[in-house]
Design a protein around this ligand. Structure first.
Ligand code: CMC
Length: 431
């Protein structure tokens, strides 16, 4: 909303000087504070914002979240409508290009992705260099970074056509990297990508094909995975998107930037939470143990994993859709008994003052792991299942960054709190 006078008046009580600075889109520019000085040689006022609690790092047209109202939209379209009506690659196209594709545009995009599903042969040997029990997220970080060595043309990050080529490669190859490691870690032979299948159908085949001559993609599971992928495709300036942008801002290539984003996602406070939720549900074991567990959480002995969010102070809309998807999956796989523990945990938490007053609700990771487990996945791979669709979001964020003339290398300021100047002390004079 535009007011009559979109400015902020600041009086510096140190000097009694008044400054007027513009407000645009509900924000002031931190650089406008720099003019506020106590003397000509003063550096100027900075804003201090550890963890970016109240700092916008970019202007973005990709994803909108209203955390208080529990709204998530990609390019303006509500997540519920996209999850209901679209296939994953249709949403990927939307996120990358800004508009839903026509039938022809989608067919072309799918063809481009399918042409890039294969990974260089050496990737298999890189995967085989890891121990059989290596964490799949650490392996994914490494194999994504390794792609940089095969595609040196990716360095031309200022060329939009070239960026698009690398984005197609990244989105196409990430399921293959994940599936190859999955097969290797189980001592199973690799299954080459099958371009006749959908993005998720091909992923399922690469993971699960056994000795049967033709792998039949179960359409219910395929659809459920598609929905999960749509829900995870982007989430504006989260920790991993910020890592992608921050590394990308140095003009590093998108493969190593995506490896950095994957590293950020690995953390248990971010995408790693889905793995931790299942471990937590295992540890709780049965519904009777929930009250004691909740007491531990309230006494700050531990976190209720899959709850809380920096932005959502309401039910995460993705968690709601995942809950509905779970029912459909369980019709095929059988019900995961952990669902009962999760539902009761949610019920108790949502009626407890500790969680109510802090506006802590289930986030996307609370129910996703229960579905993944019903599909036969071990918790260690859950975060990889998040990284695969999030590659689209990271790439869109990176492309937007590279096309934004206001952006430069990301380089925060600090407030130095260490020693002032002091002279070197020889070793025999120390201690
Ligand atoms: N269990 C118990 N207490 C919590 C939790 C939780 N999961 N999350 C937040 N709180 C408390 C926190 O202790 C604090 O209490 P107080 O004000 O009394 O000190 C208050 O709620 C505010 O939390 P915060 O830590 O300031 O919030 P944040 O925005 O810094 O952290 C978060 C957000 C997601 C890291 C945090 O809620 C958390 O650690 N949740 C568990 C991990 C998780 O599920 N992560 C997945 C996030 S969603 C998808 C994704 O990013 O992958």
């Amino acid at each position: 909303m535009t007011m009559g006078n979109d400015t902020l008046t600041i009086i510096d009580n140190r000097t009694n000087i008044t400054y007027t600075i513009p407000i645009k889109d509900g924000a002031i520019r931190a650089m406008d504070l720099r003019q506020i000085k106590t003397s000509p040689d003063d550096f100027g006022l900075m804003s201090y914002d550890p963890a970016f609690m109240n700092t916008a790092s970019c202007r973005s047209a990709i994803t909108f979240i209203d955390g208080d109202r529990g709204i998530l939209r990609y390019r303006g379209y509500p997540i519920e409508q996209l999850a209901e009506n679209c296939r994953f690659l249709e949403v990927a196209y939307l996120i990358l290009n800004g508009e839903l594709p026509t039938a022809q545009q989608l067919a072309q995009f799918e063809a481009e992705i399918k042409a890039e599903l294969g990974v260089p042969e050496n990737i298999k040997r890189i995967i085989e260099g890891f121990r059989y029990d290596a964490h799949p997220m650490a392996v994914l970080c490494s194999t994504l970074a390794a792609l940089s060595t095969f595609y040196p043309d990716a360095k031309k990050v200022r060329d939009p056509q070239n960026r698009r080529k690398q984005i197609i490669r990244l989105i196409a190859k990430v399921p293959t990297l994940a599936a190859y490691h999955y097969r290797y870690s189980r001592g199973l032979p690799y299954v080459d990508p099958d371009p006749t299948l959908s993005y998720t159908g091909n992923f399922m085949k690469m993971l699960w094909k056994g000795l049967e001559p033709t792998y039949e993609v179960n359409p219910v599971i395929e659809r459920a995975l598609d929905i999960l992928f749509i829900l995870h495709a982007d989430h504006e300036q989260n920790c991993s998107a910020n890592a992608m942008r921050s590394v990308g801002s140095s003009e590093a290539d998108p493969y190593v930037s995506a490896a950095a984003a994957t590293a950020a996602l690995f953390g248990p406070l971010h995408g790693g939470a889905n793995e931790q939720v299942l471990k937590m549900l295992d540890e709780i074991g049965s519904v009777e143990n929930i009250p004691a567990f909740i007491e531990d959480v309230k006494n700050r002995k531990r976190l209720l994993m899959g709850f809380g969010h920096r932005i959502y102070k309401n039910y995460d809309p993705r968690a709601r859709i995942i809950k509905q998807t779970a029912d459909r999956v369980f019709q095929v796989t059988g019900r995961n008994p952990k669902l009962d523990i999760a539902l009761e945990l949610e019920r108790i938490a949502l009626s407890d003052e500790y969680f109510i007053s802090r506006k802590l609700y289930p986030n996307v990771d609370f129910y996703s792991g229960i579905i993944y487990q019903a599909l036969g996945f071990q918790p260690e791979i859950f975060t990889v299942l998040f990284a695969i669709p999030r590659m689209t979001g990271w790439c869109a964020q990176w492309d937007e960054l590279m096309g934004d003339p206001e952006q430069k290398i990301a380089r925060p300021r600090q407030i130095y709190i260490g020693h002032g100047h002091r002279d070197f002390v020889p070793m025999d004079k120390r201690g």
